[in-house]
Structures are given as C-alpha cells and as structure tokens.
Write a protein that binds this ligand. Sequence first.
Ligand code: UFG
Length: 326
Amino acid sequence: MILVTGGAGYIGSHCVKRLQDAGYETVTFDNLSEGHRAAVRGTFVEGDLASLDDIRGVFAKHPIEGVLHFAAHCYVGESVENPEKYFRNNVANTLNLLQATREAGVGKFIFSSTAATYGVPESVPITETHPQAPINPYGQSKLMVEQMLGAYAHAYGLRYVIFRYFNAAGADPDGEIGEDHDPETHLIPLAIAAAMDRRPPLKVFGTDYDTPDGTCVRDYIHVFDLADAHIRGLEYLAKGGESARFNLGNETGHSIRQVLERLAVIAGREVPADDAPRRPGDPGTLVASSQRAREVLGWEPRFGDLDSILRTAWDWFEAHPEGYAG
Ligand code: UFG
C-alpha cells in the first residue's frame, strides 16, 4: 500500500488516481485545509502532519510500502508574507512524516519539490545540477526538505526520489478531477476563468522581460505526466534504484502571450487581458531539462503539447465552473 500525503490536492489527487489505475492500493492522508474530499479515490484518512500521532496511526493501521509526499503550502507570494506558516507546515510537519516513516521501517519516499528551489536561473534549460538558490520561503522550505532527505538517506538508509516540478497544469484527461485552488493564483486557471467571464480580465504580470515578446516564459507540464513520473519513481525505487533527483518539465518554454493566444483558439474567443507591472519574485524564463527523467525512468510526457494541457484544463472548468463545490 502506498501512503499519499496531500492526496486530496491538485497534483496529489491525480497521482492517487493514476496509482490506482496502475494497480496500487493507496491510503490518502490529508487535512483538507486546501484539498478536496471529492477528489480522492480509495482509502482516505483525515489527519494532520502536525500531529506525530496522527501519522503514526496510519503506519500502524496500514501495510505501507512507500510514501508519496505532496502535502504542503504552495503559494510563493504568501510564503513571503508569512514564512512561519511555510516553515512550520512544509518543513517541521514533514519531519513528523519522516520520523513516522523511519519508525515504521519504510524505506521508499517520493517528494514533491519545485523549480522554485533553483531561484533565478543562471542558465536555461535548467538541469538538476544547477545551483539551488531559492529566492522565497516557499522554495527554501522545499530545499530544506530535500536536504533533510539527504541526511535521512545517509543516516537511516532511506531511499528517495525528489521530483522538481516546473509549472504543473492541465486536468485529468478523463475529466473526473482537476484544479481547484482557493485562492487561485496560477496563470492557466485564471486565464480560463477570464475567458469564461467568471473573473476580471487577466493581468499580464510584466511585459518588459528579456524574452521574445517581453512576457515570462514557463515550462508547463501536464499533471497526468507528473503522476506518471511518480509511478515510474516508485518502480525505480522498488527495483533498488539509488536516491535521485529529477526535473519534470516539457523542456519547452511558452510565454504568457503564447498561452493566451493558444487558449483563445481553444476557447473560440479572446481572453480578456491587461498589461500589468511585474510580480515580485518572478524569473523571466524557467525551462527544464528533463533528460535525466527520460533516461533513468524512461519517462516521456504524453500530453507534452500546450494545446493538450489547455484543452484538458478548459474541459474541466467548463464542466465544473465552481470546482468541486459545483
Ligand atoms: N501570471 C500572470 N498573471 C496572473 C498569474 C500569473 O501574468 O494572474 C504569470 C506569472 O507572473 C508567471 C506565469 O504567469 O510569469 C506563471 O505563473 P503561475 O503563478 O501560474 O506559476 P509560477 O511560475 O509563478 O509558479 C509555479 C508554481 C510554483 C513554483 C514555481 C516555480 O505554481 O509552485 O512555478 O518557479 F514554485
């Protein structure tokens, strides 16, 4: 059985679904502070990693063979305003999970990290050996957990896979689950909501970056492909693979204007958008090299083109304009 913390959240719930499709049994552990009960398939335990007893109880009750750890706060801006919240939840509470994992003698661990651990890139595409110099507490909190995993591996023999996601986007191609954040801050859901007249025009944060059209360039990766990588990561560890870190991106950058242009075609209407000042802390360009995941895990994105990402996201929001509440 695989323990999935944060399995009611956006990326976690897509992973739970894919794990089950691949024949794994799962137990999802989530405090529902940001996740959705309706997003979870299979066994669900409501609990909080702040409580060592809560998480110990899951290991006591279920025959856990591996852990996928998604539970975390994930808003860069909020982390700057309230770093304590991020260090408490993302770092201190992860230590409880690591302790319970060690006590239970479970030796396989997969961790959701982020491109935000690299900070402002010195060069793109970004490889896993690029220096990690995060510029906000969110990225710092994720890097701290990466370092904790290194120490656990050294001292206790834990084996881990760290995935550094670039810009997760899209929704379940079957349409069962999708993205529902509150507040929503991500480009694609906000642009879709603007196109549907459910939100004000999108603000394009910064038009004077050193990029072809002046807007930020990001590497959007489909949540289905992220989930697929996690399954490969588990198989890799099950076969005895050594601890490893992998970037997960499509290795292709799209500017905000390009995203809005493609979305307009899919939506069949313009996306209302206004130019706005830069958002603090945004690097101009973030594009992954995912060569290592391709070579070591045999990972190959199936929804690698921007249109598939936008189409599945659009379909989800069209069917669920209020998210899981609708
Ligand atoms: N953007 C806008 N208008 C908006 C929202 C976003 O122009 O209303 C822009 C941003 O400035 C950025 C791009 O769209 O240039 C993508 O922004 P997102 O907020 O969708 O994503 P980020 O690149 O900021 O963040 C993502 C993840 C983070 C992770 C980060 C790594 O959501 O968890 O990548 O840098 F930390």
